[in-house]
Design a protein around this ligand. Structure first.
Ligand code: SUG
Length: 445
């Protein structure tokens, strides 16, 4: 059975913009109001997908969501024609309008938590869409995410879908960005590391003070329970509160794992030694920790460069490739760490590939945020519905589709333009045809 990790990247939607919606996400907060280029954003994402596909990695694609979310505006009491709804929202509640226009579903690391079939007691791959309840603009995502995942992973004999956790602070869930599976190899049984920012019930109350902790222990435990994982297969670790207060709003901004390797910053976990010890106890193969000390890379450098929001990918010869954002080249300490510490160190990382995803980075989303990892056997890959595994033909069609439909500049003030809403619906309607997904969007139902 050849198990491979498929990275399902989120296609950037036509309403990509900088609205400063994410409190605690330094890039989002500092780029509020900037004019975005949705076309360039989508093409940068597609270029990353294509180059990883060309290098031999399995690459999938997930569609963007319907934005502006006119249904959400109507639920909030804005009535009339679509144009009237948008005009009233722009006038009376501009912040709400910005939220319902966000293209944030592009960061599919937050779409869901996934357990591969090899780890689940029923031998199926398990999916739980994240409730993303910590912000209004992302709380709008899980319903469509669930429909998209159910339409792609439709074969009930192989794939199981669970309900979104209760969308309330105690079960705040941000998906795979706070979950890392460690195993000797993708096809071997793994140990699941869940990283949470705070404990909702009980605990010692130690939590970040400046910025919100988006994942609770209770949410992570519930996902593991839904997927049928035992205590021996799971490790729950608290994120370092100082890291969250420095702008590390997800664990994948401070650590990345792949196979037996865990690349992490000294400030990733509140109890670093305890976390490593428990992982070692539970893993069948030896853990390979790669630690970056704060003297080498400060928390500010980690947050500004997104060094840890890289994709760590397995190569057939046992080596690994680290796909980092271009911003890593702009910080001397980070670039030096990559060369002297990571590439030259005793670990499987043998190559660093730099990708330009600047449009996404300005909203706090690096290469790793843009993808949902799903380890799939050959039979599972063959059982996928839709046309979502990237090949040259699909890539070419998607590039042409973006070039046909996307604007090359979008400022927050443009979001009330009714033409943007109709352009987007036309584009998405065509996209479900290209990806053969059926009617996943509210406007198609
Ligand atoms: O949830 N940014 C996203 C970035 C998510 C990154 N994902 C991972 N780390 N896995 C967020 O903070 C900004 C949108 C805006 O400001 O317009 C935003 O939602």
């Amino acid at each position: 059975m050849s198990v491979r990790e498929v990275n399902f990247d989120g296609l950037v939607g036509p309403t990509h913009n900088y609205s400063g919606l994410a409190h605690g996400n330094v890039a989002s907060m500092s780029h509020e109001g900037l004019v975005a280029n949705p076309r360039e954003a989508a093409l940068q994402g597609l270029e990353k997908m294509k180059s990883l596909m060309d290098a031999g990695y399995a690459q999938g694609v997930l569609p963007p969501q319907q934005r502006p979310d006119l249904g959400a505006l109507r639920d909030l009491g804005f009535a009339g024609s679509d144009a009237q709804v948008l005009a009233r929202a722009a006038d009376e509640a501009p912040q709400v309008l910005r939220a319902v226009c966000s293209a944030s579903s592009m960061w599919t690391a937050n779409a869901a938590t996934v357990t591969p079939s090899v780890d689940a007691p029923d031998g199926r791959a398990h999916f739980t869409p994240a409730n993303l309840q910590s912000s209004f603009h992302r709380y709008l995502e899980p319903a469509t995410t669930g429909r998209v995942l159910a339409s792609i992973f439709a074969d009930e004999a192989r794939f199981a879908h669970h309900p979104v956790l209760p969308a309330t602070p105690a079960f705040s869930d941000e998906g795979a960005a706070n979950h890392t599976r460690l195993a000797g190899d993708h096809g071997e049984p793994g140990v699941h590391l869940y990283v949470y920012g705070r404990q909702a019930f009980g605990g010692d109350g130690i939590a970040p003070r400046r910025y919100p902790a988006r994942q609770t222990l209770e949410a992570s435990q519930a996902v593991a329970r839904q997927h049928g994982l035992s205590d021996a297969q799971t490790v729950f670790a608290q994120q370092h509160p100082e890291a969250i207060d420095a702008g590390v709003f997800h664990n994948d901004v401070i650590a990345v794992g792949n196979g037996p390797v865990l690349l992490y910053h000294e400030y990733a976990f509140r109890d670093e030694q305890g976390t490593l010890d428990t992982l070692r106890e539970r893993m069948a193969s030896p853990l390979i920790p790669v630690r970056v000390p704060v003297e080498a890379v400060s928390l500010d450098d980690a947050v500004a460069s997104y060094l840890f929001n890289s994709q760590l990918l397995s190569n057939p010869d046992g080596t690994m490739t680290l796909v980092v954002p271009g911003e890593c080249q702009e910080r001397e300490a980070v670039w030096r760490c990559l060369q002297d510490h990571l590439l030259a160190g005793h670990n499987p990382i043998s190559e660093v590939v730099v990708k330009d995803v600047k449009q996404s980075m300005r909203n706090g989303g690096g290469p790793a945020c843009l993808r949902l990892r799903v380890a799939l056997s050959e039979a599972e890959r063959a059982a996928l519905s839709g046309r979502v595994l990237l090949d040259d033909a699909l890539h070419g069609e998607l590039v042409a589709w973006v070039e046909r439909h996307y604007r090359d500049r979008l400022a927050p003030a443009d979001l009330a333009d009714p033409a943007l809403a109709s352009e987007t619906l036309a584009a998405l309607d065509e996209l479900t045809g290209i990806l053969r997904l059926g009617s996943v969007y509210p406007f198609q139902r």
